[in-house]
Design a protein around this ligand. Structure first.
Ligand SMILES: [Zn+2]
Ligand SMILES: [Zn+2]
Length: 400
């Protein structure tokens, strides 16, 4: 770990106002997944002005920027750009100007913060001990822009040795950072099941194959995944959020449909789950003479931080906000497609606390009153800049 460079802090202070201005501009002009045209153009224009090599229209609306310093290794940073289909309820000057679209997850802060990082690093290019690549990613909220960016080759040429990124985090007060080794966010998968029986009169159930009874047993059985079939020390959540079957109180229907989500941290367990669900649902259906169909959809994998890279960010974060303000236990069953990058190269994704009740910033992410304390932005910028420099300064050969 190199000694802390006080110059970085003053370089970060110098870009603070610009970062806030950009963030408010982006907040007022939110764009949905794969439509981040204005956002991408703004980022590209600014990056070029700062001397970065810029490639646009990567995986449709993504932007990649490269700054070559003097050293063999390459480190990447990732910021997602998309907003959500939510109508903002607020009177602030920078409220969304687009009906039904809102930056309700803080991705405006991610883009603005990364442009702040770009400016600080450009100023420090002479002393930069390697190459930095910035990835402005579309469509995190869904259907996912990380995987198409990887398929477009963003981790190659120059080959990326490590990747870092952050998420604004309203569960933490401003001044607190969440940096955890291992799994941080969960894999979020979906099952859609149809139980097919044979309907009939509610008074003569023996003439039917009751799909409602089969579905009830299947859903109860699915809860025993966590209580009986998976290691109790292994986190798993099974939630059925939709069920539909039947029309009348005295008619047994032909079919029942239900859907749910399964959240896990362990990739090995995740792989086994479709078969486990199939066994439980199939057994329940057969017990009532019914049949079933299942669709199991794997979405984003779990977001898993490399322990060494997490330790590096923890050290850096402790230097920025103090060790007492670095939480190494935070974990959530939400999902993130940063996971795809972290499955390719070692790295660390971390949470940047941005709640401030006194200033009225306390709404949860994805709510129509979401906003955050902009005092978090320079903390994020400084942590990312210091992480880049610490990684590039650390001994060790390039990965390739
Ligand atoms: Zn979100
Ligand atoms: Zn988000």
């Amino acid at each position: 770990m190199p000694p802390r460079d006080p110059e970085i802090s003053s370089d970060v202070s110098a870009v603070r106002k610009t970062v806030v201005d950009i963030r408010r501009d982006l907040h007022a002009h939110p764009e949905m997944a794969f439509r981040e045209v204005r956002t991408a153009a703004l980022a590209a224009r600014r990056l070029r002005a700062l001397g970065w090599e810029v490639t646009e229209e990567v995986a449709r609306t993504g932007v990649v920027a490269v700054l070559r310093g003097n050293g063999p290794r390459t480190v990447a940073l990732r910021a997602d750009m998309d907003a959500l289909p939510i109508q903002e309820i607020d009177r602030k000057s920078y409220r969304s100007g687009t009906a039904g679209v809102m930056h309700a997850c803080g991705h405006d802060g991610h883009v603005a913060g990364m442009l702040g990082v770009a400016e600080v690093l450009a100023r420090r290019k002479k002393s930069l001990r390697g190459t930095v690549k910035l990835l402005f990613q579309p469509a995190e909220e869904s259907p996912g822009g990380a995987l198409p960016m990887i398929q477009a080759g963003v981790l190659k040429n120059p080959d990326v040795d490590a990747i870092f990124g952050l998420h604004m985090w309203n569960d933490f007060p401003v001044g607190r950072l969440g940096v955890r080794p291992g799994p941080l966010l969960a894999a979020a998968d979906q099952f859609d099941i149809t139980i097919i029986g044979r309907g009939g009169h509610g008074a003569a159930p023996h003439q039917t194959r009751d799909p409602i009874m089969a579905a009830v047993h299947a859903i109860q059985g699915l809860q025993s995944l966590s209580s009986r079939m998976v290691d109790p020390l292994q986190p798993i959540v099974v939630s059925v959020g939709r069920i539909r079957g039947g029309e009348a109180f005295n008619v047994i229907p032909d079919r029942v449909e239900f859907s749910g989500t399964i959240r896990t941290f362990d990739p090995k367990l995740r792989k086994k789950l479709p078969q486990m669900v199939r066994t439980i649902v199939g057994g329940s259906a057969r017990a009532f003479g019914a049949e079933f169909e299942m669709k199991y959809t794997m979405y984003y994998p779990a977001t898993i931080n490399d322990p060494g890279m997490a330790a590096l960010v923890q050290q850096v974060a402790a230097g920025v906000v103090g060790a007492a303000n670095v939480d190494d236990r935070v974990q959530t069953l939400g999902g993130e497609d940063m996971s795809y990058f972290l499955n390719e190269v070692p790295g660390c994704f971390f949470f940047l606390g941005c709640r401030n009740e006194k200033k009225g910033f306390a709404s949860p992410h994805h709510s129509n009153t979401f906003d955050f304390d902009e005092a978090a932005l320079p903390i994020g910028v400084e942590t990312l800049v210091r992480t880049v420099e610490a990684f590039l300064a650390a001994p060790g050969p390039a990965r390739r």
